[in-house]
Write a protein that binds this ligand. Structure first.
Ligand code: GLU
Length: 449
């Protein structure tokens, strides 16, 4: 069965899983040259196997809110593929979470994790629980209840969750506590733990910093540097604020951040103290808009996105499909030459086509935001040997990993004839490198897995 036949079959089965089909097609459209060079992939039906998760667990979570009312939510864990190591991937708590979203994220995670070069498979999970407006006690009760179900399906050597949207250090701590309570084991079953009880230094910064390290490599490939460049960042979560922080530290000017309510624009750029204030403000769930009165600078644009400003670089780091074709056009018109995906699949398929047509250097999330999961894998290995690395050691390792991802994607783009006159096809390159590592393992295993 060819890739296109496998896609047809998949669409017939899962036409309602829009995000999942989008993610699969993106990979499918770019790996044909690799597939043609490896007839064994067709023989072993590698693509057809990889688009169906190993298994999905679906469960109900009952918990009690502060008024003593019973609340019911849905939870999932998608164990997508463990060819390269234990299932690995975050947990997302957001009202938009459903099977399609988790399957798209889990599918992406297989190749992202393969790209890190570390021994981790792909998985994802989460719940339609909405953390917004919930008290700390409510979040705690929900996390306990969620882990009471999830713990049946995970284990440090089999499936290792982490955070994602709506799941940060606080939630990871609550879930880890319940896992320890139920199993009486203290193992690295979840990553993103607090430093001091099994967490790795730099895990919090890793996704955002890693994306900027990837960007530095892209710029270098075009004989450019980050210093003096103007950057648009979307989102105001962990990835966004750490990407902004690293850009600023390297001498770039970051002029936007955003959230679901709107965009904060400061034409002079945020400096480190202002960024630190934004971090505290967000951590306390307070409005970004307060920045304007606090510092007497910048503008709050209610209900707007950050793509309307002139810039050199965009780092969309909020959520999937946040940039549509119209907004991609805005970016191109505003002079943006580099797009680095801090979030998972923040550009719609049409937006990706558009920016690539205009030769914007484009780094897909599975390559650019792999730094987070890479440091999670380093956390796993530190947990296993029960010895911990310094911030500088992890940072150095992260830089090397991001450079390797960049170079291997660029190398595959060149090798399979996708590089055009200096324009590197990072999307094709990353998909081919990630796919090849997983596919070779599947072929070696025969028809198991
Ligand atoms: N949720 C993050 C991602 O999308 C991190 C996953 C992890 O650390 O396991 O890659």
């Amino acid at each position: 069965m060819s890739i296109s036949q496998a896609i047809e079959k998949l669409e017939a089965h899962y036409s309602h899983q829009y995000e999942f089909i989008q993610a699969v097609k993106e990979v499918a459209l770019t790996i044909q040259p690799l597939y043609d060079a490896h007839p064994e992939y067709e023989e072993f039906k590698v693509f057809e196997r990889l688009v169906e998760p190993d298994r999905i667990f679906n469960f109900r979570i009952n918990w009690e809110n502060d008024k003593g009312e019973v609340q019911v939510n849905r939870g999932w864990r998608v164990q997508f593929c463990n060819a390269l190591g234990p299932y690995k991937g975050g947990l997302r708590f957001h009202p938009t979470v459903n099977q399609s979203v988790l399957k798209f994220l889990g599918f992406e995670q297989i190749f992202k994790n393969a790209l890190t070069g570390l021994p981790i498979g792909g998985g994802k999970g989460g719940s339609d629980f909405d953390p917004k407006g919930k008290s700390d006690s409510e979040v705690r009760r929900f996390c306990y209840a969620f882990m009471r179900e999830l713990y049946h399906y995970i284990n440090k050597d089999m499936d290792v969750p982490a955070g994602d949207i709506g799941v940060g250090g606080r939630e990871v701590s609550y879930m880890f506590a319940m896992y320890k309570n139920l199993t009486r084991e203290s193992t690295g079953v979840i990553t993103g733990k607090g430093v001091g009880f099994g967490g790795s230094l730099m895990r919090t910064e890793a996704t955002g910093y890693g994306a900027v390290y990837f960007l530095e490599n892209m710029l270098k490939a075009q004989d450019e540097a980050i210093e003096g460049k103007t950057v648009l960042v979307s989102g105001a979560g962990n990835v966004s604020l750490h990407a902004a922080e690293k850009c600023i530290a390297l001498g770039a000017k970051v002029i936007t951040v955003s959230d679901s309510q709107g965009t904060l624009h400061d034409k002079n750029g945020f400096d480190k103290p202002k960024l630190d204030w934004l971090k505290t403000q967000k951590a306390a769930n307070k409005p970004l808009a307060d920045y304007v009165t606090k510092f007497g600078s910048g503008k709050w644009l209610a209900g707007q996105k950050p793509w309307q400003f002139k810039a050199d670089i965009a780092i969309p780091s909020a959520t999937q499909n946040e940039v549509n074709e119209e907004e991609a056009k805005q970016l191109v018109d505003n002079g943006v030459k580099y797009i680095v995906e801090g979030a998972n699949m923040p550009l719609t398929a049409d937006a990706v086509d558009y920016v690539r047509d205009y030769r914007v250097h484009y780094a897909p999330g599975k390559a650019a935001n792999a730094g987070g999961v890479a440091v999670s894998a380093l956390e796993m290995s530190q947990n296993s040997v029960r010895q911990y690395k310094t911030f500088e050691q992890v940072d150095e390792r992260l830089k090397v990993i991001m450079k390797d991802i960049h170079d291997s994607a660029a190398g595959a783009s060149e090798q399979y004839g996708q590089t055009d006159n200096g324009y590197i096809d990072y999307m094709a390159g990353a998909n081919m490198v990630g796919f090849k590592r997983v596919a070779d393992a599947l072929v070696a295993f025969g028809i198991l897995n």
